[in-house]
Write a protein that binds this ligand. Structure first.
Ligand code: NAP
Ligand code: MG
Length: 403
């Protein structure tokens, strides 16, 4: 059988530990036998980031911007313990942070659902995608522990020297104080990424903030979204048969729980952080969560939502058998190949991505799973847990049968 051809390279970002092992298995068993893979390879594994003084992360991010589609393996974000373990000269920054700041994107996380694992929320029939604004607010705060009585003021000095000043609180006792900010440019990018993504997956977009209480801060988010929607996206949404819907966060939370799923929920930074953990847990497992970074100008970087699964890697290094779940990483590949296919008008490549995902689902529906999932199946279903390699082999058999 002739391999499927590509025209533009896919930016491939390799990573660390157990996911690096899975990465190679996935390529060897599920991609390379079927696709004449054209990729521009960047090794974001920690040793190579150290050797290049992190230049490789920058290079890969610019490549993603140039070609428009990237697939990324999970990577270690160094902490003090990693600096020692890998003998690093510096505590290199999180690669995801670097990529995000260069692509200026929003992260969309969606669960992969299977029949045998029921969400904890009974009404959910379709995945709920969380879009988190990964910039500013409490994550870039300035805060004080107030020792005792005194006055806190909010002061802004404009570039021309004019001042805006208001009393926050006259403390009669000790307390706490916090300053937060965000920028119109970042909120605009967030909004555009959400509208673009909704169009690309043809799903409704919900957005929620606490604008009734935060009449300037949160209200600005609401206004920017609405203005961009009305001016740039309304017609395209109507043509695609999808809707944009704004509601107060309290109302959104209640509606999400009652919903059937199948939409995107855009959240401010903190809401997205908290809600994505709730939604992913309710759907089953982090190992079944896909993640894609979408830039406002339509560049895509696909990855799994989980990390490098260090605990399994240490067992693997000791020669023990591991049953690490490769599903989210396989979906990163299928997502990236499908998007490459869409951008380049390669229907065969898009069809391959569909078949690869179908083969994964078929394997899981046949009850063949990694250990983490086997423990989650609902009553009435049976599951056999296998190691990562046998699981990938089982997917390959089903993929071959469908080609
Ligand atoms: P993790 O790698 O997501 O793993 C945490 C635990 O979740 C694992 O020990 C495992 O539980 C379970 N798990 C996660 N993914 C799994 C999979 N595919 N199959 C089976 N079980 C899975 O998080 P971490 O241990 O906190 O972080 C490890 C490293 O990953 C860190 O260096 C961190 O910096 C990095 N990280 C990278 C990214 C990224 O690149 N996007 C994201 C998060 C973390 P059991 O051990 O109980 O089986
Ligand atoms: Mg969180």
């Amino acid at each position: 059988m002739a391999k499927i051809q590509m025209t533009t390279p896919l930016v491939e970002m390799d990573g660390d530990e157990m996911t690096r092992i899975l990465w190679k298995m996935i390529k060897d068993e599920l991609i390379l036998p079927f696709v004449d893979l054209k990729s521009e390879y960047y090794d974001l594994g920690l040793p190579e980031r150290e050797r290049t003084k992190d230049q490789v992360t920058l290079d890969s991010s610019y490549a993603a911007k140039k070609y428009g589609v990237a697939v990324k393996c999970a990577t270690i974000t160094p902490n003090a313990q990693r600096v020692e373990e890998y003998n690093l000269t510096k505590m290199w920054k999180s690669p995801n942070g670097t990529i995000r700041s260069i692509l200026d994107g929003t992260v969309f996380r969606a669960p992969i659902m299977i029949d045998s694992i029921k969400p904890n929320v009974r009404s959910w029939e379709k995945p709920i995608t969380i879009a988190r604004h990964a910039y500013g607010d409490v994550y870039k705060n300035t805060e004080f522990r107030i020792p005792g009585p005194g006055k806190a003021e909010l002061l802004f000095t404009a570039a021309d020297g004019t001042e805006m000043r208001e009393t926050i609180y006259d403390y009669e006792c000790a307390g706490v104080l916090q300053g937060q900010y965000n920028k119109d440019t970042s909120i605009t990018s967030f909004a555009k990424s959400c509208f673009e993504y909704a169009l690309s997956v043809k799903q409704d977009l919900w957005f929620s903030t606490k604008d009734t209480i935060s009449k300037k801060y949160d209200h600005t988010f609401k206004d920017i979204f609405q203005e961009i929607y009305d001016n740039e996206y309304k017609e395209r949404f109507e043509a695609a048969g999808i809707t944009y819907f704004y509601t107060l966060i309290d109302d959104a939370v209640a509606r999400v729980i009652r919903s059937k799923g199948g939409f995107i929920w855009a959240c401010k930074n903190y809401d997205g952080d908290v809600m994505s953990d709730m939604v992913s847990t309710a759907f089953g497992s982090l190992a079944m969560m896909t993640s894609v970074l979408v830039s406002p100008d339509g560049n895509y970087e696909y990855e799994a939502a989980h990390g490098t699964v260090t605990r399994h890697y240490y067992r693997y290094l000791k020669g023990e058998e591991t049953s690490t779940n490769p599903v989210a990483t396989i979906y990163a590949w299928s997502g990236a190949l499908r998007k490459r296919g869409e951008k380049d008008g390669l229907t065969e490549l898009q069809a391959f991505a569909d078949k690869l995902e179908a083969a994964v689902i078929k394997t899981l529906d046949d009850g063949i799973m990694t250990k983490d999932l086997a423990g989650l199946v609902s009553e009435g279903y049976t599951a056999t847990s296998v190691n990562s390699f046998d699981f990938i082999k089982a997917i390959r058999e089903r993929l071959e049968a469908s080609m």
